[in-house]
Design a protein around this ligand. Structure first.
Ligand code: ANZ
Ligand code: ZN
Length: 834
């Protein structure tokens, strides 16, 4: 550090201890020592019980920022606590180093993505080390290394063998700015999650993972995760999976073999279906439309293609549509109903076609009103008027009317069951379950990702790259134009794309798409269990020993995307016999974000806070304490409301204790000042509970109290030589090791011990010191409570009787009457009979 920076850190506090405690020197002193001791390398063969502390790995864009500092500081409290509690802890870190952010930044800076990516990784690595997080660096991985993505490709091929990776043509979300497709999960409010551009649709042949095969299990297991996962994540996943129970119903069309199949959650309203609506952009619409109506449909489609799904589903938009010129037959009453096309029905949900029941579905009613279509009430809901006149659809329970065999039934459940039985008997429908969840679109038309290990041959079709030829390496393409152009830059790399078919040897072409980065991050936590393993993506035995991760700390922005995909991968790997667990993350903690002056930090607002500046001014420990102490982990931290200078002063106070203790290291604490010993014992016990319930900020507050109590004992109480003072100071060092590793280590040395304080073990507590200092005794007269007394737990019966009879309230209640009998049950009860 420069001279200038030293001066700055001294200026923050002019007190005597500040002058003596040199933040930077302490950091420089311990870093190499820790490097040598390497205390956090997880031993697979340790006899200790194992814990796996996982935190989301970063994208290598730039240096670490406040967000990284926050999440890793919080995460490290847990990891370091587990070490102190005697567990063998796996706490790995790596980089999610493929993907659009790195690629776009590289294009902006006119650099190759690899150069940009690996330079940033080194920067972040050095910063993490200095930041003192207890990562096991021997397990470091980068998803863009061929030795890692070899196994991503291997997994892709295994999934494909199981029918879980396939190619199909369908309308997909297209980001016109990034010039690539996006998964549904990457479209937020109709916009590209990465760049914010409005997302449009394109018909393309793409690779998919068949996550829908696991929809029910992904939903069911959320019940087990509910107690240990944040509620909002569980809810977000449930909604995303979106299970609905209902029926498929077939409407026959004259002159056409295939009926129009609809998905409905209200088959019981079938008698009220007065028209049908097909998604305007579904193939079905183009198939059904008459020649006469085709130009109208095509004109309409030009508009529809520009709309996002969110817009299309909005209930408050005016309804638009085109009549397709055909009619279909309602299977229960034989009525001919007109078939329309509209945007409010989505092509890729359910069957892409609906039966419209305007009386009981508001969107259908709005459509009926716009195009003057009939409305027929089939459920008479008590207290509600006929929707045909009010234009307010009803959806509650009521009595069925105009509904043939359903008439007179009064509840929805019976209505639905009855109609499904009838449809199944007639062969015109079946009860079914529908999920909102779609298959995961994984191919991307970008350069910086895992090449899809498939060769396309005119004779053989899709051919897998043989396993022994993996990794299929990404060509370097130095100097090539990587700007998005709609097709992958790999397609233009002739030397790379043109290969001989692995099966027949004829000229063929490699698939030129790369995989979504979420594929890379769906299994990295497994690779950490056996990094460098060469016989598979991970060593099955090692994964058995470490999985599941006991805690996963990270941002709530990953509530659906990453977490759902990682859960899916885990389930498939369990089905492949490679994992014993079916869920990867036993518990989860979401941190809030660091903001400034009430707003998200941003360049345009000019309210950014540089982590580097804060570390230079206050040191690692003070920044970490500030972040952990700011509030509950889930809450956002406003940097304008916190005080790293105050945190530094606290650390200096703690540090000064270690220099004041005069008893020798190893002096037994027994016989020391009992009052201080009680505070120490209580703090240790509470700290454990507070860490386990993620109330880290309260834990720090308790350490602050212990520091103050110890200071008082030194200055005005038992004095610096009292062994209870040593015990308290050592306890401060151990508890601080979870949050402020440098100060803790320095204290530990000044107290006469060898490094590292990080693994000395959780302080032992004498249970006698936890016994409460007073208990409440109840005094009853004629069975009525008249007084409560605070007494010592070991008070004698005679003393308690005397105290009770002398109490002013008791004297008043006795009111001069003679006392006949006193029954004393020390220390809790005195019963007086007058
Ligand atoms: C008739 C009906 C009558 C409906 C009624 C609702 C109320 P969830 O719960 O989200 O699964 N629907 C089906 N496919 C659709 C699509 N591709 N785009 C837009 N809407 C679609 O919703 C299922 C209901 O949403 C289905 O039940 C269907 O309308 C509509 F009183 O069918 B219903
Ligand atoms: Zn071939």
């Amino acid at each position: 550090m420069s001279q200038q920076e030293t001066h700055r850190s001294e200026q923050t506090d002019q007190s005597p201890e500040a002058a003596a405690y040199d933040v930077r020197a302490v950091q420089d002193k311990w870093l190499p020592v820790w490097e040598r001791l390497n205390p956090f390398q997880a031993d697979d063969d340790s006899p200790r019980e194992k814990k796996y502390a996982l935190t989301m790995f970063p994208y290598p864009s730039g240096d670490l920022h406040m967000g990284h500092a926050e999440v890793t500081a919080l995460h490290d409290v847990i990891a370091r606590y587990w070490w102190q509690r005697g567990y063998e802890v796996l706490n790995p870190m790596g980089w999610d180093s493929f993907g659009l952010p790195a690629e776009n930044a590289a294009i902006r800076n006119d650099e190759h993505p690899a150069t940009y990516t690996y330079a940033n990784i080194e920067t972040q690595y050095e910063s993490f080390k200095r930041y003192g997080i207890s990562f096991d660096w021997s397990r470091r991985l980068h998803t863009s290394d061929p030795e890692y993505y070899r196994w991503t490709q291997w997994l892709f091929l295994k999934f494909r063998e199981r029918g879980l990776a396939y190619r199909k043509s369908s309308p997909v979300n297209w980001c016109p700015n990034d010039q690539t497709v996006l998964a549904n999960e990457q479209v937020v409010d109709g916009r590209c999650e990465r760049c914010g551009a409005e997302v449009t649709k394109r018909e393309l042949t793409q690779w998919y993972f068949k996550i829908t095969d696991y929809a029910q299990e992904l939903l069911d297991c959320l019940d087990d995760l509910e107690p240990t996962w944040p509620a909002r994540v569980v809810t977000a996943q449930r909604n995303w999976i979106g299970r609905s129970e209902g029926a498929h119903v077939d409407f026959a069309v004259e002159g056409r073999d295939e009926p129009i199949r609809v998905f409905t959650t209200r088959p019981d309203t079938l008698y009220g279906a007065t028209f049908m609506v097909v998604a305007a952009d579904a193939k079905l619409a183009a198939e059904l439309v008459t020649d006469e109506q085709r130009p109208a449909l095509e004109a309409y489609l030009d508009d529809v293609r520009k709309e996002s799904d969110i817009d299309r589903l909005a209930t408050d938009r005016p309804k638009t549509g085109v009549f397709l010129g055909v009619h279909a037959t309602n299977p229960v009453n034989g009525e001919q109903v007109p078939v329309w096309a509209s945007d409010y029905v989505l092509a890729d949900y359910g069957t892409g076609a609906i039966m419209a029941v305007p009386a009981h579905d508001q969107r259908d009613l709005d459509f009926a009103k716009a195009f003057d279509l009939p409305v027929r009430m089939v459920v008479d809901v008590p207290g509600e008027d006929d929707p045909a006149t009010t234009y307010v659809a009803t959806s509650g329970d009521g009595t069925y009317v105009n509904s043939g065999p359903l008439d007179g039934i009064t509840d929805k459940a019976t209505g639905i069951r009855t109609i499904i039985e009838q449809l199944e008997a007639d062969g015109t429908g079946t009860g079914t379950v529908n999920f909102r969840l779609r298959d995961w679109l994984l191919s991307r038309q970008r350069y910086w990702g895992v090449p899809i290990p498939i060769v396309h041959c005119d004779a053989c079709g899709e051919v897998a790259v043989p396993y022994d030829q993996l990794p299929l390496e990404l060509p370097e393409l130095r100097g090539a134009d990587l700007k998005p152009k709609g097709v992958s830059p790999l397609a233009a790399a002739e030397d790379w794309v043109n290969v001989d078919c692995p099966q027949c040897g004829a000229p063929a072409k490699r698939d030129s798409d790369t995989m979504d980065t979420f594929v890379d991050s769906s299994w990295y936590f497994l690779r950490y269990c056996s990094p460098g393993y060469e016989d598979g993506p991970f060593d099955v035995e090692k994964a058995k020993a470490w999985m599941p991760a006991d805690i996963y700390v990270g941002g709530v922005e990953h509530a659906v995307l990453h977490l759902l995909y990682a859960r899916f991968f885990t389930k498939v790997l369990a089905d492949m016999g490679m994992l014993e667990v079916r869920e990867p993350f036993a518990a989860q903690l979401n941190q809030g974000i660091v903001i400034n002056q009430g707003k998200k930090m941003s360049k345009s607002l000019g309210n950014g806070v540089s982590l580097g500046d804060q570390l230079a001014e206050f040191g690692v420990d003070a920044v970490r304490v500030t972040l952990v102490f700011a509030g509950p982990p889930e809450d956002d931290i406003d940097w304008a409301d916190v005080s790293p200078a105050g945190a530094l002063r606290f650390l200096q106070r703690a540090w000064r204790l270690s220099g004041d203790v005069t008893s020798a290291a190893g002096t037994p604490a027994a016989g020391g000042d009992v009052a201080l010993r009680r505070i120490t014992a209580r703090t240790v016990t509470d700290a454990a509970e507070l860490v386990e319930s993620y109330r880290f900020n309260v834990m720090v507050a308790r350490v602050m109290e212990l520091v103050n109590a110890t200071r008082k004992a030194i200055d005005t109480g038992a004095g610096p030589a009292d062994p209870a003072v040593r015990e308290a100071a050592e306890t401060v060092a151990i508890l601080l090791s979870l949050v402020a590793p440098y100060v803790a280590e320095e204290m530990w040395e000044r107290l006469g011990h060898e490094p590292t304080v990080a693994k000395v073990g959780w302080p032992e507590v004498d249970p006698a010191l936890l016994v409460e200092e007073s208990v409440t005794a109840i005094v009853q007269i004629q069975g009525k409570v008249r007084a409560r007394l605070e007494v010592a737990p070991d008070i004698s019966e005679a003393d308690l009787e005397q105290l009770a009879l002398a109490d002013a309230g008791v004297v008043k209640a006795i009111d001069g009457r003679p006392v006949r009998k006193v029954i004393v049950k020390a220390p809790k009860l005195v019963n007086i009979v007058v």
